[in-house]
Design a binder for this molecule. Structure first.
Ligand code: ADP
Ligand code: MG
Length: 142
């Protein structure tokens, strides 16, 4: 997967981008979804999960309170927003999940860089002030 920048103008376009990116992901990968609240991290995750054939986008919701959602075999969606400390993250079993042959999507993972594998995909989402436009950059760290 190459490093690139995309632009979307709607929620639907971001879901479609997720579907497209899913086709390029290896079977075992960690994807950090990075951006402010409302940037579109969960929306992009919906598309990735759909593209992987793991669930319908309507079944994908923010794991803000549940912390981890598992879709089908080998797709995890994690949100670390509500966790403050590394030992709390360890408590949800992140280590074990990262060892699995799985696509692991992590919102707010950049808050715990020491817990993330060096080999990972970082997707940064930025909203233009007030509007629906999003700039979405995909960076692969090998
Ligand atoms: P996050 O997980 O980053 O907090 P969400 O994906 O939950 O963000 O929410 C993004 C919000 O922004 C949704 O309400 C969505 O409808 C809206 N939105 C507007 N334009 C876009 C776009 N281009 N891409 C993604 N979401 C968008
Ligand atoms: Mg979210």
């Amino acid at each position: 997967m190459k490093s690139r920048i995309f632009h979307t103008q709607s929620e639907e376009e971001t879901v479609a981008l997720g579907v497209k990116l899913a086709a390029e992901l290896p079977a075992k990968v960690v994807v950090l979804l990075i951006g402010n609240l409302g940037a579109g991290k969960t929306t992009l995750a919906k598309g990735i999960v759909e593209g992987l054939g793991a669930a319908h986008p309507d079944e994908v919701s923010s794991p803000t309170f549940t912390l981890i959602h598992e879709y089908g075999a080998g797709v995890y969606h994690i949100d670390l927003y509500r966790l403050d400390r590394a030992d709390q993250v360890a408590g949800i079993g992140l280590d074990e999940i990262l060892e699995r042959q799985a696509v692991v999507l992590i919102e707010w993972g950049e808050r715990f860089p020491e817990l993330m594998p060096v080999e990972r995909v970082e997707i940064r989402l930025r909203a233009a002030a007030g509007g629906d436009a999003r700039e979405i950059s995909v960076l692969v760290h090998r």
